[in-house]
Write a protein that binds this ligand. Structure first.
Ligand code: DGL
Length: 270
């Protein structure tokens, strides 16, 4: 059991994403760490990140991590796969606290679940182009066969609140038809928004093991905070939600998609 330092001031965990998709990670962190304060930032004014250049993504990531530094977070969770793939170093450079991205936890989980070693990855164009998952998976086992597919329309479908509608099933069918032929054993949801399209994905690939790294990310975070002696021991954690645009829409979708009550959502612009 860790002993809380005398005079210790409660500091929040900072989680960010390009929009509301990172709430899938927030939800797991909140579930596993009920005593922690969490600040969530969704860059709703500039979503999607997945179609932008590395230079731009690095700039956004730098701005958000500087903001987190200014509010004194004790750890940064980069819930966005695109930022984790292309700008994790930028966030680390800007932060003096532990930084957890989503690629490594997802890759480790997928590797553990793949006996035959045929792993599919779906993500944004930028994540797929970066080959971040493939690189991480091949560090674990160079013989893994990794198949990738970018699904750029999945993010706007979710942000538009269209998950579960007929059109989203049709788009999923189109994107996943080639992957289906490859018959992968495991599928990494390499984008925070994709767990909200689980029904669509399952309807096309019913036998594949789906890897949603949100829980592994939360466990990685617990390990980091334990090592530093930074885990909160008392009290009930508070949630603080910030977005760069349209707070009402964020609040509405957070509840309808994930049953997260984000009644007070404030604006933070860059
Ligand atoms: N949140 C981003 C990710 O996980 C996807 C959304 C976007 O393109 O901004 O990759």
């Amino acid at each position: 059991m860790l002993i809380k330092k005398v005079g210790h001031v409660k500091k929040p965990i900072g989680i960010f994403d390009s929009g509301l998709g990172g709430l899938t990670v927030f939800k797991e962190v909140r579930r596993l760490l009920p005593k922690e304060d969490i600040v969530y930032f969704g860059d709703t004014a500039r979503v999607p990140y997945g179609t932008k250049s590395q230079e731009t993504i690095k700039r956004f990531a730098g701005e958000i991590s500087s903001y987190f530094k200014s509010i004194n977070v004790k750890a940064v969770v980069v819930a966005c796969n695109t930022v984790s793939s292309l700008a994790l170093d930028e966030v680390k450079k800007n932060s003096k606290v532990p930084v957890i991205g989503v690629i490594k936890p997802g890759a480790i989980e997928a590797a553990g679940a793949s006996k035959k070693g045929k792993i599919a990855v779906i993500g944004t164009e930028a994540t797929v182009k970066s080959k971040a998952y493939e690189t991480e998976l091949k560090k674990i086992n160079p013989y893994f066969k990794v198949i990738q597919k970018a699904c750029p329309l999945f993010v706007p479908i979710v942000e538009e609140g269209w998950a579960g509608k007929k059109i989203s099933f049709e788009i999923a069918k189109e994107y996943l038809k080639d992957l289906k032929k490859e018959n992968p054993e495991t599928l990494i949801l390499g984008c925070t928004h994709y767990p909200m399209l689980l029904k669509e994905i399952n309807s096309i690939l019913p036998d594949v093991k789906i890897i949603n790294s949100a829980e592994s990310v939360a466990k990685f975070l617990i390990d980091e905070l334990s090592v530093e002696g930074f885990l909160e021991q008392k009290g009930k954690g508070k949630n603080y939600f910030y977005v760069s645009d349209a707070p009402e829409k964020f609040s509405k979708l957070a509840f309808s998609l994930l049953k997260i009550k984000a009644k007070k959502v404030l604006i933070k612009r860059f």
